[in-house]
Design a protein around this ligand. Sequence first.
Ligand SMILES: [Zn+2]
Length: 120
Amino acid sequence: MSKKIICPSCGGEYEEHLVRCPYCGTATLNAEENEYMGKLEDVRKDLEDYSGEGEKQVKSKVGKTIIIVILVMIIIATAILGSICLDWLGRQRDKNNRKDEFLNNQGITTSMLEETYYEM
Ligand SMILES: [Zn+2]
C-alpha cells in the first residue's frame, strides 16, 4: 500500500511515488529524490548487466583459448609420437638392411639362406 502525502502548495492528497502533485504540479522533494535514486538504481543495474555480459564473454574467450591450447598440445603430442614411431621403424629397417648387407658381404643372400633351408 503506497503512502499518501498532502501537497504543501494546494493541500491535495496524492501518492508518495508521484514526482509532482497531480493537482497543481508542485514537485515534491521526497518524490524527486526517489526518482533520482530510481534512475541511479537503473544505471547501476545497467552497469551490472553490462559487466555480467563482459564477464561471460571473457569466460567464453578463456574457454576457447583452453580448447585451442589442448588441441595444439594433442597435435604436438601426436607429432612427437609419430616421429618416435617413424624413427623406430627407420631403425628397424636400417637393422634389416645392415643384416642383408652383412650377408651380401659374406656372399650369402637371404634367398640363398631360404634355399639352403628348403634343401636340408
Ligand atoms: Zn498540489
